[in-house]
Design a protein around this ligand. Structure first.
Ligand SMILES: [Zn+2]
Length: 308
């Protein structure tokens, strides 16, 4: 999928209802000794195909055609033709790729898989420029820009946890028969330490002494620059770090900087369909917030040490 126009962070790229939603199929049965039981797995795959056939049969003819035109990377492992397409193209609700993008771990469990005519064709990158989120209210998946995208750029989502090291991602992607050739996978010696540093990002501490300057925000700003360098704006840690910086500038009553980072936070949250607070981008509301008022009251007064 390629951008036919420019998109700003948070802009909607595609909003699509699935061709099919099915319960997730457990595959890869282990024996008591913990080794793969191929016969049991084949039986499950065979049964699953039988269960999926009537579901497929109820679809509209044009949807059946679109479904069968999707890629199938499970031709050799005992999956039937319908199951093969599902296993290749399905987005599991609440899988670890979606979790690595989303902030919540309670909204959904890995119970269902959804297959889409267009969204299932979006390719993978370990530095995706788009985020996806399934909305139950509209029963559709939205794909939005995770960072600014220029006309003509390919749109990428992720099929794995982008904060994991390259070797772990490669193992995960092998189940889709994908050998990723993104910049990060081609040079893991450079990329892995940056991703590890983002994952272990430090808390920032509000200083105790008067006239503390701005140096205490630097660890969060460094994390942000690592995220930008590695193009990890799709990660939930991008939003958490922006929130840290926003809070820090609110704490310093720095209206201009708080607004700059608040606006970025607002757009980043829009990209993944998270709740957004208007005080992130509205100065008047920001100044009425308890955090701002409190910071103004205690300005210059020594504080109990706290972290944000
Ligand atoms: Zn990659």
């Amino acid at each position: 999928m390629f951008a036919t126009r420019d998109f700003n962070t948070g802009d909607l790229i595609v909003n699509e209802r699935p061709l099919m939603v099915v319960p997730r199929i457990p595959v890869g049965v282990l024996t008591d000794e913990g080794v793969p039981d191929e016969q049991a797995s084949k039986t499950i795959l065979h049964q699953a195909e039988k269960v999926m056939r009537p579901v497929f049969g109820r679809m509209r003819e044009e949807d059946k055609k679109a479904f069968m035109e999707l890629h199938n990377s499970h031709l050799q492992d005992g999956s039937g033709p319908i199951l093969g397409v599902i296993r290749t193209n399905g987005y599991v609700f609440g899988d670890k790729a979606e979790m690595s993008l989303s902030n919540s771990n309670t909204s959904s469990k890995e119970t269902h898989t959804s297959i889409f005519k267009d969204l299932s064709r979006v390719n993978h990158s370990c530095s995706p420029n788009a985020s996806r989120k399934f909305h139950v209210s509209t029963f559709s998946m939205q794909l939005r820009a995770a960072r600014d995208i220029k006309e003509g750029e390919e749109i990428f989502t992720t099929y794995t946890d982008i904060l994991e090291p390259a070797a772990v991602r490669a193992k995960d992607l092998a189940s889709y028969q994908i050998t990723c050739t993104c910049r990060a996978c081609l040079d893991p010696d450079k990329s892995d330490p940056i991703r590890a540093a983002v994952l272990k990002r430090p808390a920032i501490f509000v200083p105790m002494q008067k006239d503390f300057g701005e140096g205490w925000i630097d660890p969060a700003l460094e994390t942000l620059s690592r995220i930008e360098q590695e193009e990890l704006q799709g990660s939930h840690l991008y939003r958490r770090t922006l929130h840290q910086v926003f809070n820090a500038y609110v704490h310093m009553n720095n209206e201009e900087k708080a607004l700059e980072f608040g606006k970025r936070l607002w757009a980043a949250k829009l990209a993944v369909g998270e709740d957004r607070d208007e005080r992130f981008r509205n100065v008047e509301l920001m100044k009425k917030s308890p955090q701002w008022v409190m910071a103004k009251m205690i300005r210059g007064v020594p504080l109990l040490q706290s972290f944000i």
